[in-house]
Design a protein around this ligand. Structure first.
Ligand SMILES: [Zn+2]
Length: 423
């Protein structure tokens, strides 16, 4: 059966037509390259001519500050691309095979005697509805110290939800630790790593003194999937979808980059006013319903007990991003303290498996990005530490094999235990 439907994939600079099979885009034969962009003036025309999909930008300080971009090239254009004179390394010879290796969505685990879903949850990625069920089960097993929360609704009407957890002083009595996962739809590792942190808190509070101290000192507000529409779309239709699924008048392009739609630095460099762009900011700050809900919730936390730590979870640059992203020559007042905490957090993350995380102000250590969440938390919600963390892996990209969920979680847990005890 031939099922070739032309659909629009919003690439970085233009819409690209890809073949759809069985309702979802088939990435069989796509080759993934890392291009050294140090002395490349203009990639745009190449992207346009070869229907290239842009993945991540990277900046590698440990190896001479070279800037690179990772891209996926469709099979019909690989031969032509290989004749071009770029300085590249091959990250993957077949993205379709990587997606197969990533593994299919797993089944729901049995609950243990305390009603907690078993650790086999972390052996695979999961469908969105199962994540919703997971949060409910985890909360129900920890009923005296937690509640389910909903901060708003997505463009397609899904609840933006998660768990609020507290310690011995009771609900709403301590400064907030506020986590957002899966703002970018294709970054699947982020929601499940955040769930591992939740699992460790819920199961550790009984007898782990480090967990007790953290939860007794802070109210945790954890939203593992703040872009549910995009996340579902990345599972049903396009594994590499990034933005939300918001439609706009007068364009067929779909999706706003929620992490360019916040009010601080809105519309500046490192965001785009073009609805087809992967970094489309929207037309006004907060005109994506997901961002509006998160900004409002942040203000509630700010006026309550304040925000101690915000982390927006991303993949895959392996970096701890501090404010600012929207400006490059100005820094938060406590930047020295932030850098020292981030450096030690990175060294704790490295302990289990030697995974290297860079750290520093976003604009310097990765790239300029305006209208992002961490800058909003720093400048508009009074967060002491407004951070983003890009999880592993710089070699696998967004399509991280499921057998790396546990290692990625374990190393981040080590970093978080240090950070919560020392911030
Ligand atoms: Zn991201």
């Amino acid at each position: 059966m031939k099922l070739t439907t032309a659909i629009l994939f919003t690439g970085a600079f233009r819409a690209v037509v890809l073949a759809k099979q069985n309702g979802s885009i088939n990435f069989e034969g796509f080759k993934v390259y890392r291009i050294d962009t140090s002395d490349v003036a203009d990639l745009k025309s190449t992207y346009d001519n070869l229907s290239i999909i842009e993945l991540n930008h990277n900046r590698n300080h440990q190896h001479g500050s070279s800037d690179t971009i990772d891209i996926a090239v469709p099979p019909e254009h690989v031969a032509v691309f290989d004749t071009l004179d770029f300085n590249t390394t091959i990250l993957s010879r077949n993205l379709g095979a990587d997606i197969a290796t990533e593994g299919s969505l797993g089944s729901y685990p049995e609950l243990d005697d305390d009603g907690v879903p078993g650790l086999s949850w972390f052996d695979s990625y999961h469908a969105y509805e199962d994540h919703v069920r997971y949060w409910a089960d985890l909360q129900a097993s920890f009923v005296n110290n937690s509640e389910l929360i909903q901060v708003g609704s997505s463009f397609e009407g899904r609840p933006i939800q998660g768990i609020h957890l507290w310690g011995s002083s009771g609900k709403n009595s301590k400064p907030a630790v506020f986590f957002n996962g899966n703002v970018h739809a294709r970054e699947w590792i982020t929601s499940i790593v955040v769930e591992y942190l939740l699992y460790q808190i819920v199961t550790g509070y009984k007898n782990d003194t480090a967990v007790q101290a953290a939860l007794d000192n802070y109210d945790f507000y954890v939203l593992p999937v703040v872009n549910p529409d995009g996340f579902v779309y990345s599972q049903t239709t396009n594994r590499l979808w990034r933005k939300n699924r918001q439609t706009r008048d007068n364009t067929t392009a779909v999706g706003t980059d929620i992490n360019r739609n916040w009010s601080v630095g809105f519309g500046g460099d490192g965001s785009s006013s073009n609805p087809s762009s992967e970094t489309f900011s929207g037309y006004q700050a907060g005109d994506a319903p997901e961002t509006a809900a998160l900004m409002e919730f942040a203000q509630t936390l700010a006026t309550n007990k304040g925000i101690k730590l915000y982390i927006d979870w991303h993949s895959y640059a392996q970096v701890i991003l501090l404010s600012y992203g929207y400006i490059c020559d100005s820094f938060p007042k406590n930047i020295d303290r932030q850098i020292s905490l981030a450096g030690e957090t990175a060294s704790r993350i490295a302990q289990p498996y030697n995974t290297t995380f860079d750290y520093g102000p976003g604009c310097l250590v990765l790239y300029q990005s305006s209208g992002n969440g961490r800058d909003y938390m720093t400048d508009a919600a009074g967060a002491e530490f407004g951070w983003g963390i890009e999880l592993r892996s710089t070699s696998y990209g967004f399509v991280l094999p499921a057998n790396q969920i546990i290692p990625s979680s374990v190393e981040i847990w080590e970093g978080m235990k240090y950070l919560w005890a020392n911030m």
